[in-house]
Design a protein around this ligand. Structure first.
Ligand code: HEC
Length: 262
């Protein structure tokens, strides 16, 4: 049984279940007591004596064993060099358990195979995988939004990230930075010169907070952190592409390898 509770409600439901089970056991004992008392009254009325409840009588009832002194009654005629055989019945505990398995099998068959009201193992597996998949997505969505300039990752080798970044760049940035990042109102993003630093962390920070006094918008209100990461990676990926009509360098030259995360 999996005892990890996802919500407080599940815990409360479980506790209610435990209390119900305890309650059912108590009721069973009470019913058993009343039953015995009634039997006692009945026996007294008809002058019979019934044995008081004891572990021994209960055990005898369960095993149905014939007492040693009466063994001759069930002794078979076979005699194998002195080894003889008793014709014991199946013990009642075993017999009733066997009947119970038959009842269980019928219920199981109807539930799982005839009415198909409960999921079979394979279906249960698919359901659980679907739930886990959703949890992964939720986790990733939450995690993606916690990216900042310190945790941003250099993912230029991930074609999917770069493609997403290009899409955002084409939609939101080309007006000022040019279709190929060659620069326009805003600086050339393909050269080695940077006004605000050329590491992935710097680029993320510039895009996120912008440089409002110089006309670069702060994108944190429009783009999600993972989208800023995508577009920052796209910018790193177009470095050194030497597009036509490139704007003259602005800012300081940054060594080629310093685009890596600090
Ligand atoms: C309205 C015009 C405009 C738009 C749109 C714009 N930018 Fe800028 N961007 C600028 C200007 C102007 C600068 C230079 C700021 C300065 O001089 O400090 C700049 C600077 C930058 C820098 C820093 C360059 C350096 O040399 O340090 C980066 C990176 C950048 N922009 C990325 C983007 C991205 C990504 C987008 C789209 C999501 C975008 N920009 C959209 C105008 C714009």
């Amino acid at each position: 049984m999996n005892l990890s509770f996802k919500t407080g409600d599940e815990l409360i439901l479980f506790l209610i279940l435990v209390i119900l089970v305890i309650f059912a056991i108590v009721i069973l004992f009470v019913v058993f007591g009343i039953f015995r008392a009634l039997k006692q009254i009945d026996a007294e009325r008809s002058g019979k004596v019934i044995e008081a409840f004891s572990f021994n009588t209960w055990w005898k009832g369960l095993t149905g064993a014939v007492p040693l002194e009466k063994e001759e009654v069930i002794l078979l005629n076979h005699n194998y060099d002195g080894i003889r055989e008793l014709d014991n019945h199946l013990p009642p505990w075993w017999k009733y358990l066997f009947y119970a398995t038959i009842v269980f099998a019928v219920i199981y068959m109807l539930d799982y195979h005839v009415w198909a009201s409960s999921p079979l193992q394979e279906e249960e597996y698919t359901q659980e995988v679907a739930v886990a998949q959703k949890q992964i997505e939720e986790y990733q969505a939450k995690n993606a939004n916690s990216i900042d300039e310190k945790t941003v990752k250099l993912l230029v080798s991930d074609a999917k990230v770069v493609a997403k970044g290009k899409e955002i760049f084409t939609g939101k940035c080309v007006a000022c930075h040019g279709a190929a990042g060659e620069g326009g109102v805003g600086p050339n993003l393909t050269d080695e010169y940077w006004l605000h630093g050329g590491t992935i962390n710097d680029i993320f920070k510039t895009i996120k907070n912008g440089v409002p006094e110089k006309g670069m918008i702060a994108w944190k209100a429009t783009l999600k952190p993972n989208e800023i990461q995508d577009v920052a990676n796209y910018i790193v990926s177009i470095k050194g592409t030497n597009p036509a009509n490139a704007k003259a360098p602005q800012g300081e030259k940054v060594a080629a390898d310093s685009t890596a995360t600090k």
